[in-house]
Design a protein around this ligand. Structure first.
Ligand code: S3P
Length: 442
């Protein structure tokens, strides 16, 4: 079949027509979450680090730009990034306000670093980031002794006045969030004593793994994690695994189109990220993991996925730990479930309301436009089993992941769809998305 994507004009809308199947091989740019952390830890290290397969996401470029503004010498050549570490207290007061653009990870993790430095920094972001909650990181960092000023609604711009040294704390966070955990651990590096954090469910552990790679001992015990302040970090050579959350869109598209056969090479398979695969395997999807190994402290492998003719189970239920293990893939599970005729119930996922957009509302609105029957709940949704989705007028709500979810569902719909505000917003995590999709579409 001809190209799945047709530009309607030079604007932001993308028209996606149904295709027959996906076939071929893909290799994804480096994981976004790991790239942010690798850049930050390399900046705090005592010597140079070389990071290969660094993410192409705009979010990670925002982190590099902030680190440069804090005085770090960074040389980027395609996906290879060389960072001359300045040591744990070598960052310099920036001459202007920093911008995290659309990136919550940049803002929250840097807040943790800035909390332990003896100067004041203001961090701002785009319209979406300025609507996202920041008290969740401000609270523990204030307890550690930093001064954090937010707007009266608890959002950024955030003004951080650090303190040296910080006080080590034992903190129990009410929200399962790797960004909160990472901000506290990064601040803990500059604290006197042992910083300990407990979360309601374990979240992605990239910060812990990378800290160990840089030579900092980190202890984990169930939901709790701790480290000693004052360790110095040693520069490293790192190879970042392909981004599992980006791979997930292609995996979902392949499953929804019988006859598909797709090989995705060298993807991160950290178990705190791959809840999506477990869900797919439970409904009978054919997924093979090949060439498993550990690379720069992270599990990596290749994923071979084939189209699914009929699901073995037609109900998917996600809550509790399942939410943390697939936090960025939850909307995608709903779009896929609707495409292959499964019911899906999501609970305890109110965090989706404070992502780049309200992803509960965005998922329900778009799937309803495609003819699905889906009930919106405060903490999730209930999608009823239904027939084939119809092509429709959809909206990304300027959220990269929602744009890609809509594209995936449109590939197997009955008729073409138009996705508003979709072309450029994928740059936030995967600028190559449209081109990669065309390369494996038949
Ligand atoms: C991220 C953690 C998650 C995730 C986000 C990236 C990270 O956010 O949704 O895309 O890199 O730490 P929360 O910590 O808010 O759950």
């Amino acid at each position: 079949m001809a190209n799945a994507l047709q530009d309607i004009d030079d604007g932001e809308a993308v028209r996606v027509s149904p295709i027959t199947r996906l076939r071929g091989e893909l290799r994804l740019p480096g994981d976004k979450s790991i790239s942010h952390r690798a850049a930050i830890l390399a900046a705090l290290a005592n010597d140079e680090s070389v990071i290969e397969n660094f993410s192409s996401a705009a979010d990670c470029s925002a982190t590099l730009a902030c680190l440069r503004a804090l005085g770090v010498d960074i040389d980027r050549d395609g996906s290879t990034v060389r960072i001359k570490g300045v040591g744990s207290s070598g960052l310099r007061e920036p001459s202007q306000t920093l911008s995290a653009d659309n990136s919550g990870t940049t803002m929250r993790l840097l807040a943790g670093v800035l909390a332990g430095l003896p100067f004041t920094t203001t961090i701002t972001g785009d319209e979406s980031l300025l609507r996202r909650p920041m008290r969740r990181v401000a609270e523990p960092l204030r307890l550690m002794g930093a001064e954090i000023e937010l707007q009266s609604n608890g959002c950024a711009p955030m003004r951080v006045t650090g303190r040296q040294p910080l006080r080590a704390i034992e903190y129990k966070t009410p929200i399962a969030s790797a960004q909160i955990k990472s901000a506290v651990l990064l601040a803990g590096l500059a604290a006197n004593g042992t910083t300990r954090l407990q979360e309601p469910q374990p979240t992605r552990d990239h910060t812990e793994r990378l800290l160990r790679e840089f030579g900092v001992p980190v202890e984990t015990n169930g939901n709790a994690v701790s480290l000693e302040g004052g360790s110095s970090l040693q520069g490293r050579s790192l190879l970042i695994p392909g981004d599992f959350s980006s791979a997930a869109f292609f995996i979902a598209a392949a499953i929804s189109l019988p006859g598909s056969d797709l090989l995705i090479r060298d993807v991160g398979l950290n178990p705190t990220r791959t809840g999506f695969l477990a869900t797919l395997q439970a409904i009978g999807a054919e997924i093979e993991i090949l060439d498993q190994r550990t690379q720069s402290g992270e599990p990596v492998g290749s994923i071979r996925v084939r189209g699914l003719t009929s699901p073995k189970r037609d109900r998917i239920e996600i809550f509790g730990q399942g939410v943390a293990d697939a936090i960025d893939e939850l909307p995608l599970v709903a779009f896929l479930a609707a495409s292959i005729g499964c019911e899906m119930e999501l609970r305890e996922a109110e965090e989706l309301r404070v992502k780049e957009t309200d992803r509960i509302a965005a998922t329900v609105t778009n799937l309803t436009s495609m003819g699905a029957v889906i009930e919106e709940r405060e903490d999730g949704w209930l999608l009823r089993r239904g027939g084939r989705l119809q092509g429709a007028q959809l909206s990304s709500f300027n959220d990269h992941r929602i744009a890609m979810c809509c594209a995936v569902a449109a590939l197997s719909a009955d008729g073409p769809s138009t996705i508003e505000d979709a072309r450029a917003c994928v740059r936030v995590s995967l600028p190559e998305f449209w081109q990669m999709l065309v390369s494996v579409s038949e």
